[in-house]
Design a protein around this ligand. Structure first.
Ligand code: HMG
Length: 403
């Protein structure tokens, strides 16, 4: 910033749904080799929402952890449980209303103060990165500001479509502040926008349409475009970046992307060295499935939690891609003491504690979302999470705390 203050991500929290489908179940139903999923696309499981879970309940569950910590810190300091959040940016492409921001529901569930701006952002999987950049701008202008960003998505494709194994769901919340405890975001970035039809969801559909093979090629072309601009604007060279965190529609995509970027820059690193630069970032996503806007930041959390190396002072390169398409390459430097900020055991538990469902239940839930459209209804009380989507009455979505 103008005063030389660092800005970046101070806290980062995770949530997912409370049910899971093992991709073996899907492969068995389809009569195909499960290794197409376990190895070929690098996915073992996908999170599936309960009837009373959606982007709001996941987003609130992730953000509640950050808000609780902020309030506890403030309580210890001056006796008042104050969070000080004046901006909440909610990034999603599976919005629950065409007008009202999903963030307003979360604002209410978390009891945030009324002096807060709340807005939803959309551009496929990219918009959480737009939210991050906007948040950095707000903090750079006034270093006392704290911006809460939530990225939450349920990735849904039609049953029996080729995209089906790349569904999933998760949310992250992160707090953007001055003098951040987790990662300082550096100012240079490279952008790339291209009006293409690789993946989209028309207003009348609840599931996405995709040209699968074309979308992979488009992602890699965008990576080249964003990287090229990043370098031309003074971004560091490839060798100065220690770890890489890519948008992960499925984890194998990040591996493909990293191989592509390594080849582009003529990196002498061998296959194992290249894998080591991305491996830890894949572990959480392998178990949640695609979480669209949240995916790259689930990847960041996975990297920080699962990489054995001490990453303090190391530089991470980020490639954020949203179909349609908008993408950005940027970097961040991990802060000393970052491990003290993480909730590693709780995040692992969130994955381990999901209830495994069978194929019939998965299909019934998938079909149930479309059946419910347009009418008032109550949802079954299923989620063991702290917030639930109670249903629709008088055409209004109702949310509640469960405890
Ligand atoms: P597919 O045609 O079902 O699969 O589509 P495939 O035949 O390409 O096989 C997948 C991989 O598994 C291949 O590996 C096979 O060789 C391998 P590759 O050659 O690519 O390295 N394989 C096996 N490996 C081991 N043992 C076996 C075996 N069998 C096959 N027995 C596809 C796959 C991903 C295209 C499909 O699932 C799909 O369309 N998914 C949705 C689209 C998508 O995720 N696109 C990613 C780029 S676009 C993006 O990231 C944006 C997005 O997140 C949305 C947004 O921005 O909002 C999607």
């Amino acid at each position: 910033t103008a005063t030389g203050m660092r800005v970046g991500i101070h806290d980062l929290a995770f949530a997912t749904t409370h049910q899971v489908l093992d991709l073996r179940t899907l492969a068995e139903h389809q009569g195909i080799d499960v290794n197409k999923y376990y190895i070929g696309i690098g996915q073992t499981e996908m999170s599936v929402p309960c009837a009373d879970e959606d982007i709001v309940t996941m987003g609130a569950e992730a953000a509640a952890q950050i808000v609780a910590r902020l309030r506890a810190e403030q309580q210890a300091e001056d006796g008042q449980a104050f969070d000080g959040i004046r901006t909440l940016l909610f990034a999603t492409e599976s919005g629950v209303d065409q007008s009202k921001s999903a963030g307003v529901f979360v604002h209410s569930l978390l009891g945030l103060g009324e002096h807060c701006r709340v807005v939803e952002l959309k551009q496929a999987c990219y918009s959480a990165t737009a939210a991050l950049q906007f948040a950095l701008g707000i903090v750079a202008r006034d270093e006392s500001e704290k911006v809460l960003v939530i990225a939450s998505d349920v990735a849904r494709y039609a049953l029996d479509s080729s995209g089906e194994p790349t569904q999933g769901a998760a949310a992250v919340a992160f707090l953007v502040t001055a003098d951040p405890a987790l990662i300082e975001i550096e100012p240079v970035s490279g952008l790339h926008t291209d009006d293409i039809d690789d993946f989209w969801r028309p207003n009348h559909l609840s599931t996405a349409l995709v040209d699968g093979k074309y979308s992979l090629a488009a992602y890699l072309r965008a990576l080249e475009g964003a990287w090229t601009e990043y370098r031309s604007r003074g971004g560091v060279d490839f060798e100065a970046i220690d770890r890489f965190c890519y948008h992960q529609p499925f984890t194998k995509m990040a591996v493909k992307a990293h191989d592509k970027l390594s080849a582009l820059v003529g990196s002498p690193l061998d296959k194992d060295q290249r894998r080591a630069q991305v491996a830890a970032s894949l572990e959480l996503n392998r178990r949640t499935g695609n979480s669209y806007t949240a995916s790259i930041y689930v990847g960041l959390l996975s990297l920080l939690e699962r990489d054995d190396a001490d990453l303090a002072g190391r530089r991470i390169g980020f490639f954020s891609y949203g179909s349609g398409s908008v993408s950005e390459f940027f970097t961040g430097v991990v802060r000393p003491g970052y491990r003290d900020v993480l909730r590693t055991a709780a995040d692992e538990r969130a994955l381990d504690d999901r209830t495994a469902i069978d194929h019939a239940r998965y299909r019934a839930l998938h079909e149930g979302i479309d059946a419910a459209q347009g009418s008032d209804y109550e949802t079954a009380a299923e989620t063991p999470g702290p917030f639930r989507f109670a249903g629709v009455s008088a055409q209004v979505r109702r949310y509640a705390r469960t405890a």
